[in-house]
Ligand binder design. Structure first.
Ligand code: 13P
Length: 249
């Protein structure tokens, strides 16, 4: 009932030429695949190349971050209208690497979410606990707090396109994957918190992706969980064959 979304987060990898090479190889592998939605999020600099390469295909293009203002004196930043102007349709917001290394807070995530929604971009809001929080039994609290604050003063009507990605920080780039059951439990918490913010009907339709060491080998087990509505893939999305095999799980 919820169409799965399989998204690639390329992080700080691939030049425009390398992005073009990826699409040359990847698109034929997923041609005609309409069971799931496919999104690739390259760096800002490779967005144009990716949009051009993916034009007319079943692959949409997204950015990895956004600034919340419409424009202004914000050196180094990119706003929603610029993303739309190059043909991006999605944007990742609040990735744990932004939270960990670049001072992203729950409040900035909230501002970015509002800005993306206003502009008509499809937001993929990332939440997830660090290892110490999981060990201390705080996963539930952390996920609820991150969702509550991300959704502050966002209306359900405007947030219809919202996608949430559950990315346990301890599983990112470590080879440690949450078990399908752990992911499903976390997704259920996120869905229940979303129901608090936006109502049960909204929550039932919300797509919640899992991210953290998703590979061709574990994609099928993860995607078979009823609660898991797709994947946000880092390392394994850089290689066309590997990402295509995840898409086809
Ligand atoms: P890995 O798939 O490399 O663990 O990264 C996950 C991630 O952070 C996707 O946003």
């Amino acid at each position: 009932m919820r169409t799965k979304l399989i998204a690639a987060n390329w992080k700080m990898y691939k030049t425009p030429d390398q992005a073009r090479d990826f699409f040359r190889d990847f698109l034929p592998m997923v041609q005609g695949h309409d069971r799931d939605e496919i999104v690739v999020c390259p760096t800002y600099l490779a967005l144009d190349a990716a949009v051009t390469a993916a034009k007319g295909s079943n692959v949409a293009i997204g950015a990895q971050d956004i600034h919340w203002e419409k424009d202004g004196a914000f050196t180094g930043e990119i706003c929603a209208t610029m993303l739309l102007a190059v043909g991006a349709t999605h944007v990742i917001i609040g990735h744990s690497e932004r939270r960990q290394y670049f001072g992203e807070t729950d409040d900035s995530v909230n501002l970015k979410l509002k800005s993306a929604i206003e502009a008509g971009l499809i937001p993929i809001v990332c939440v997830g606990e660090v290892l110490e929080e999981r060990a201390a039994g705080l996963t539930d609290d952390v996920l609820r707090r991150q969702c509550l604050r991300a959704f502050h003063k966002v209306s359900a009507k405007k947030a219809v396109s919202l996608v949430v990605a559950y990315e346990p920080v301890w599983a990112i780039g470590t080879g440690k994957t949450a078990t399908p059951q752990m992911a499903a439990d976390a997704h259920a918490i996120i869905r229940s918190e979303t129901a608090e913010s936006f109502g049960p009907e909204f929550a039932a339709k919300l797509r919640i992706l899992y991210g953290g060491s998703v590979k061709p080998e574990n994609a099928h087990a993860l995607m078979s969980e009823e609660e898991i509505d797709g994947a946000l893939v880092g390392g394994a999305s850089l290689d066309p064959k590997s990402f295509a095999s995840i898409v086809k799980y």
